[in-house]
Design a protein around this ligand. Sequence first.
Ligand code: NAD
Length: 435
Amino acid sequence: MDIAIIGSGYVGLVTGACFADVGHNVICVDNDERKVKSLLGGHIPIFEPGLEELVHRNVSAHRLHFTSSIEEGVDRSQVVFIAVPTPPQADGSVDMTYIEQVAREIAAVMKEYRVIVDKSTVPVKTGEKVANTIRRYNKAGVDFDVVSNPEFLREGCAVQDLMCPDRIVIGSSSDRALALMKKVYEPFMAPIMVTDINSAELIKHAANSFLALKISYINAISAICEASGADVEKVADGIGSDKRIGRAFLNAGLGYGGSCFPKDLAAFIAISEELGAPFNLLKEVQRINRTQRERFVKRVRETLWVLKGKRIAVWGLTFKPDTDDVRSSVAIDIVNDLLREGADVIAYDPKGMDKVRELNLAKGALLADSALDAVRDAEALVIATEWKEFEAINLDHVRKIMHTPIVFDGRNQFDPATMKDLGFRYYAIGRGDAA
Ligand code: NAD
């Protein structure tokens, strides 16, 4: 199949590379000329395990191409995927300007039948609006179909998620479009769920909201555990081993962040209100998420008393491990909370440092070259993202080079008893009092 992907970010680039790897001929389009130039030069602008090798292999095999021309993309493909941002507006509703612009641009250059696939996360009923826009702006009256195909990949394991998806959701009312979509996905040998367009769009927001709800559920329990001396990890194992519930997304911590969950929840709330069916439960999910971070910072403050002038090390800046994505990262929020209280923050992240510098986040924090450099002379260590790298560090050495060995583990990465034996004052989430 000849496929175009409009938007070469975390979703578009990984999708394009995976489609090429299963044998399709793919052209990735992006209006960021710098990004396209760097991709053409062999540089991958994001970190995602396995992506670099995948891109290089398929570029060499002439199956993966890059351009900043949407016309070239649309001309050279049968199916055109849209994977541009759908950021939140101040009131939580989705800013649809990127999608609308791409729809207009496709319409302006489309000369024969195309399947236009919305892969971005969008409000229910967007398909109809995209179709109306294309119809309005395509002067030639060319035939086309709009399909919804939401993406469920997780950053940090996006290649694997794309190659072996749990399911592929295709929302379409056209047999012609469906036949082409099945050809696109045939090589992945994954279950395909065909629905109407509205249901496919809704599945994505409903899925992300449910996952966020699970996180807030266990975080609310973590507060009860702290108040009662119970251990949230044991509680999570106990409830998660029930197959009807499942253990995934029951990890207590600093709450969810990143470029998807916060914005998708806000969007779903706004959509539900607009449709006259307000989903207020999700507002409580948001509140718990906020409170979790506030409780954590309060604990740091209560333990260290005055934060002003105290050197606090922070391990982890990305919104989760195995990515360089720092957008809406809770770790960055924590750094900024500590800076606001006057602490001297020195932070380290295995992959996120470049993006933190590029986006000028965590202004005022020092950035260390290594996890050990960060903790030297620190009066406390905050673990904000659970990178595997931290588990391989000699903690005995960490204790020796810290000014005072106090650890606030916001991701329950370490075992309280071991930390106590090593001589740390150790605070975890929902695991009773300090070890
Ligand atoms: P991103 O910001 O990483 O990438 C978007 C890309 O689109 C950028 O490279 C940008 O330059 C490009 N772009 C913007 N306007 C354009 C235009 N008019 N023409 C061509 N290119 C344009 O975003 P992302 O994380 O890949 O997310 C894209 C969509 O996928 C969003 O709706 C998001 O909610 C959804 N999604 C994201 C994830 C994730 O984990 N990142 C997972 C599932 C779904």
